[in-house]
Write a protein that binds this ligand. Structure first.
Ligand SMILES: Nc1ncnc2c1ncn2[C@@H]1O[C@H](COP(=O)(O)OP(=O)(O)O)[C@@H](O)[C@H]1O
Ligand SMILES: [Mg+2]
Length: 255
């Protein structure tokens, strides 16, 4: 039996905005007007495995808990309950350019990204040319990243992430941007990763693409797992729900 590369067990995440902060008059008033100290349960007992060689998709509406889940898996957020077991080197593209400094050039950011991920300067040196070539940024690599379009940003972020030799790749809404050519190339690179028993966890609003690319998928709703299974089937179920919901809202004159 194959071992999972990621195992998520009964994970709960609760956000208590502002609860640790010293009260000020403004905050007391805000509390008085309710909301500010309200507890947000972003994940409510989520469990699943991602197998080696598997592309696993996560779908769900805004606020369902998808990004929170990826942050827990990337260990940038500790769950309040439950646990996450990761077997393998993980690379993450959680939000476009997290870990990048937009004031610096793309070139400097390759080093920054590599060092943050735990590579030595020599290791980044070795991969530098390949990363630049992969990103297709040409001379723009010497310009500050704040001048980059979102497509350029994501190309560099993806190029860096893929050259860190990940065994597990977490992607949050990143590949929807970029031109068709780059999308094809990044897909091919991800298939290579899967081919050598790597795993990919992929969150996207583009559910059709997700259904095509992923083996299995999970539907999250209000922090809870509604379905886990073959990607096409889960996405169909999710889309049917979204359409039904839209009709309901329209009937109520809300959409
Ligand atoms: N740092 C935070 N502080 C407070 N609430 C948060 C924080 N991050 C996320 N949330 C809340 O948790 C819920 C899930 O958010 P998120 O994981 O971003 O959903 P998704 O990525 O599916 O849109 C939402 O209600 C969101 O407002
Ligand atoms: Mg999100």
């Amino acid at each position: 039996m194959s071992q999972p590369s990621v195992k998520v067990e009964n994970v709960w995440v609760r956000f208590r905005p502002y609860i640790d902060r010293r009260p000020t008059l403004r905050r007391s008033l805000a509390t008085f007007r309710h909301k500010e100290t309200q507890l947000v349960e972003a994940l409510k007992g989520v469990s699943f495995d991602v197998q080696k060689g598997e592309a696993f998709g996560v779908v769900g509406q805004n606020g369902a808990g998808k990004s929170t889940l990826l942050r827990v898996m990337a260990r940038t957020l500790r769950p309040d309950e439950g646990r996450v077991v990761v077997r393998g080197r993980m690379s993450t593209l959680l939000q476009l350019g997290v870990g990048f400094n937009a004031q610096l050039s793309g070139s400097r950011n390759i080093y920054l990204g590599g060092l943050v991920a735990g590579l030595t300067k020599e290791q980044v040196d070795e991969r530098y040319d390949e990363i630049v070539e992969y990103s297709e940024l040409g001379e723009a690599i010497y310009r500050p990243m704040k001048t980059y379009s979102s497509g350029m940003f994501s190309r560099l972020a993806f190029a860096v992430a893929m050259h860190l030799d990940p065994e597990i790749l977490l992607l949050d809404e990143v590949l929807a941007v970029g031109d068709e050519g780059f999308k094809q190339k990044s897909k091919a690179t991800m298939h290579e990763l899967l081919g050598r028993s790597g795993s990919i966890v992929y969150v996207s609003h583009a559910v059709k693409q997700l259904a095509d690319f992923c083996d299995r998928a999970m539907w999250l709703k209000d922090g809870e797992v509604v379905a886990i299974g073959e990607a096409g089937a889960v996405v169909d179920e999710y889309r049917a729900f979204v359409q039904h919901r839209r009709k309901e809202l329209r009937a109520q004159g809300l959409a």
